[in-house]
Design a protein around this ligand. Structure first.
Ligand SMILES: Cc1cc2nc3c(=O)[nH]c(=O)nc-3n(C[C@H](O)[C@H](O)[C@H](O)COP(=O)(O)OP(=O)(O)OC[C@H]3O[C@@H](n4cnc5c(N)ncnc54)[C@H](O)[C@@H]3O)c2cc1C
Length: 572
């Protein structure tokens, strides 16, 4: 078994960012831990058998686990709450994966599945159950197919956004894959966690079609038309003869997804980079209602991404660059910053993609609607067009980047917001991400309710939201210095404050950190948590030994159900 970690990313910029995130000598060394209910002797035998399957260079223990923790873990100094794996195993093929699952079943070892483990803000690669073995699929990393006839890709788990983009460029594919704001994550992992990008196919899980999944017993299923050998519709239709089951593997511990097909945007003849801003805090209501209607009537058929002023600013500077005083940036200074930067209190970005004449017509319609409904706002549009298709690489970063599917590490600087440049700190971030109807009134009410909760805990309202047709996924972002215990305490209070506020309004969550999965799953309270009981029945049928990601999304196998934290927020 190995205690040396090989390089993860071929690109030096990505590898450097990875190394800056995961400390090779963690400030809080990882103490050895065993999976719950597994005898040391059995654990050691299982490790030997994992090595026999994947080779000793692909099984990690002790110091080799420094890439398998949550670098933003608020409980990193508290061994009783910290979540770390006992080992990590990296299969390179579905055959090896099958054998790994066999060993895990034999010794009842819980595994924690991920593809790249960059699920930062939600636990990264750290397991829900302390002592699980990290099942790291990053070595299964083939781009199986990119079709520029039907505009889809089929990928294995370890393919990152930047890998897929590079593949498309290299093979001159006339497609624009969607990317999250950080290009180092896995396409498959991000999609399965309901992650989002920024262009026309930004809702990744809604763009997936056929999946291949290995179940806990090693059986392999394919979903939809992919379930028919040689079907020409395997990756282009969401139809199934019978119940659709793809959704069972999204935010799930019911199987290990080994192939995913995802729809891509055809390389457009025209791309218009658009921005709209409004000056006042209360303008949010009018802005949301106008854009919401245009999302629903298809004037805009791509993401509209809203940011608050602090969130707009945090990409290009730290708090101290904008505010020299104590505590969060006060409103009067925010108003000065708005005038100095010209960003507006609310800033919305979106792209228009398609044939030139349609893009131009869309923009004209948006201009007319906003002039009527939001006359104090400012609309800007920059058109890029080419009859042979717009080259995403040639759109300047301020207009392109993730809006044209070009992966970068664009948003990483935002986590440094609270850390003064002369201080050696360790930046971290989290979010509370409620799902809210796309209503100006409700969004403004939420901002007014969450702003004082943020400020009472020493941070500004740093918010952004992804506008779908009928709802938004909102991120109340917060960043802190891991070396400052008071800031960590504040962030916990902030999370629970936002939780209470959202719960009172009936807002569920889009994703949750491993520390909060039970808390958020508990919001599904209809009929005595019937949804959770239903999923756990399936869990017990498919995974009787409870080896696959126990506790993920609050779904517990019978064997580990006693670990569910029912009053998690009270025991914080
Ligand atoms: C500054 C910053 C900006 C961010 N911006 C974005 C953004 O724009 N959009 C966004 O969506 N997220 C964003 N994130 C969150 C996160 O970084 C990304 O979602 C990232 O892509 C997730 O990591 P990953 O792709 O490596 O997925 P993984 O960590 O590999 O997987 C995520 C989860 O999916 C499940 N999973 C993964 N692989 C499998 C499998 N093979 N079978 C079954 N289940 C599996 C697991 O439960 C896993 O925990 C951001 C985070 C930070 C810190």
């Amino acid at each position: 078994m190995s205690t040396t970690i090989p390089a993860t990313y071929p690109d030096p910029e990505y590898e450097a960012a990875h190394l800056a995130t995961y400390e090779r000598e963690p400030r809080h060394p990882i103490k050895p831990v065993f999976p719950p209910g597994v005898r040391e002797e059995d654990f050691n035998k299982a490790i030997e058998e994992f090595i026999a399957v994947v080779g000793k260079e692909s099984v990690f223990v002790n110091e080799g686990l420094s890439d398998y923790i949550d670098p933003y873990d608020i409980h990193e100094a508290d061994q009783s709450k910290r979540k770390v794996p006992s080992a990590a195993v990296c299969p390179q093929s579905t055959d090896q994966l099958k054998q790994v699952l066999k060993v895990a079943n034999q010794y009842a070892i819980p595994l924690w599945t991920f593809s790249r483990g960059k699920n930062l803000g939600y636990g990264g690669p750290a397991p829900r159950v302390n002592g699980s073995v990290a099942l790291d699929l990053h070595l299964m990393n083939k781009v199986i197919e990119v079709s520029d006839e039907y505009h889809y890709a089929v990928v294995e788990p370890g393919v990152t956004f930047i890998d897929l983009y590079n593949y498309c460029v290299e093979h001159k594919k006339k497609v624009w894959p969607s990317t999250a704001s950080l290009g180092w994550g896995s396409v498959l992992g991000n999609t399965l966690d309901r992650g989002m990008g920024f262009g026309a196919n930004y809702a990744h899980h809604q763009a997936m079609a056929g999946l291949e999944v290995m179940l806990a017993d090693g059986d392999v299923i394919r979903t939809g038309q992919f379930g028919i050998t040689n079907s020409p519709s395997a990756f282009i239709s969401k139809f199934t003869f019978g119940p659709s089951v793809e959704g069972l593997f999204v935010q799930s511990n019911l199987g290990v997804v080994t192939k995913l097909s995802i729809w891509l945007t055809p390389q457009p003849q025209a791309f218009m980079s658009c921005a709209f801003s409004m000056p006042q805090f209360d303008d949010l209501a009018v802005m949301v209602d106008a854009f919401g209607e245009m999302r629903r009537n298809n004037t805009i058929n791509s993401l509209v991404w809203f940011t608050s002023l602090i969130e707009t600013l945090c990409i290009s500077g730290r708090r101290e660059d904008y505010w020299k005083g104590e505590g969060p940036v006060p409103d009067w200074r925010l108003e000065e910053l708005r005038l100095e930067t010209g960003f507006g209190h609310w800033y919305a970005r979106f792209g228009l993609y398609g044939p030139r004449r349609i893009v131009q017509a869309q923009f004209e319609e948006i201009k007319a609607v906003m002039a009527e409904k939001a006359p104090t706002g400012e609309l800007a549009g920059a058109l890029y067009d080419n009859d042979a298709g717009v080259d995403a690489a040639k759109v300047p970063p301020e207009h392109g980047s993730m809006f044209v599917g070009k992966p970068e590490l664009w948003s990483l600087p935002l986590i440094n917001w609270p850390i003064p440049k002369e201080k050696v700190g360790k930046a971290a971030h989290g979010d509370y991400a409620p799902i809210i109807p796309s209503s100006g009134k409700l969004l403004l009410e939420w901002m007014k309710a969450s702003k004082p909760i943020c400020e009472a805990n020493g941070v500004e309202l740093m918010a952004d939201f992804f506008m779908f047709e009928r709802h938004v996924v909102l991120m109340n972002m917060f960043t802190w210095d891991q070396t400052d215990p008071q800031q960590k305490k504040n962030m916990e209070n902030l999370y629970y404050g936002l939780y209470e506020e959202a719960k009172a309004r009936g807002y569920g969550m889009y994703r949750a950190h491993v520390n909060h999965m039970d808390l958020i799953a508990n919001l599904n309270d209809f009929n005595g948590h019937a949804y959770n009981r239903f999923v756990e029945k399936i869990k017990d049928a498919l995974d009787p030994n409870g080896i696959l990601s126990p506790g993920k999304q609050g779904v517990w196998p019978n064997r580990f159900r006693h670990l569910r934290e029912t009053q998690e927020k009270d025991s914080k």
